[in-house]
Ligand binder design. Structure first.
Ligand SMILES: CC(C)(COP(=O)(O)OP(=O)(O)OC[C@H]1O[C@@H](n2cnc3c(N)ncnc32)[C@H](O)[C@@H]1OP(=O)(O)O)[C@@H](O)C(=O)NCCC(=O)NCCS
Length: 160
């Protein structure tokens, strides 16, 4: 199976939004607002300073995606690339699609002197994704993640 990687364009927005909708449903059982999601995808595709998406194609079809956003590290005087919105279509899973996306982005990040590393967060119960990341050489970080989300409501929230 030949897998090719390319940067996403504005015309890919609908595909990316559909993939993101599926990630939320499959991994977090959340139903996203499709209109807001599409606006969010387009906003990034129109503004390089927010980040970028790369897509994996198989036989001219989009099989998988990931998004990169940026985090400045004053400790390192450089930028972490955050890998987000990771998704591979069910029919293409287990065939190396994510491995190609990951290797591409790692190579590109290493070549870029302004980038100090890659980071990502993953749902605690998503063992398949965790095993995939560890298999590809990523290390579980020493941090817990905290947040206040003003948009998406979840159970088990703080009372404040
Ligand atoms: C997680 C996901 C992205 C993996 O994509 P994929 O294309 O199926 O993964 P690949 O086929 O490229 O596998 C990459 C490597 O991880 C390994 N791997 C995959 N699943 C594994 C598992 N459960 N345990 C151990 N290794 C695993 C593969 O064997 C492969 O290594 P190899 O080529 O040396 O054999 C895909 O399952 C997915 O889209 N899941 C739903 C969305 C999701 O969970 N997104 C992540 C949100 S953080």
């Amino acid at each position: 199976m030949k897998i090719t990687i390319r940067n996403a364009k504005l015309t890919d927005a609908k595909t990316i939004a559909d993939f993101n909708y599926s990630i939320a449903a499959e991994t977090e059982h959340i139903v996203l607002d499709r209109k807001r999601l599409l606006r969010g995808v387009k906003a990034l595709l129109k503004d390089d300073s927010k980040g970028f998406y790369i897509l994996a194609e198989v036989g001219g079809r989009v099989a998988g995606q990931l998004m990169i956003t940026y985090e400045w590290s004053d400790w390192r005087c450089a930028t972490f690339w955050w890998i987000q919105s990771v998704y591979v279509s069910k029919e293409f899973r287990g065939a190396g699609v994510f491995k190609h996306l990951y290797r591409h982005i790692k190579k590109r990040a290493k070549k870029n002197k302004l980038v100090c590393g890659l980071r990502l967060y993953v749902e605690r119960s998503n063992s398949r994704a965790q095993q995939t990341y560890e298999h590809l050489g990523m290390r579980k970080a020493d941090y817990n993640l905290y947040e206040i989300d003003f948009v998406i409501k979840r159970s088990g929230k703080s009372k404040r």
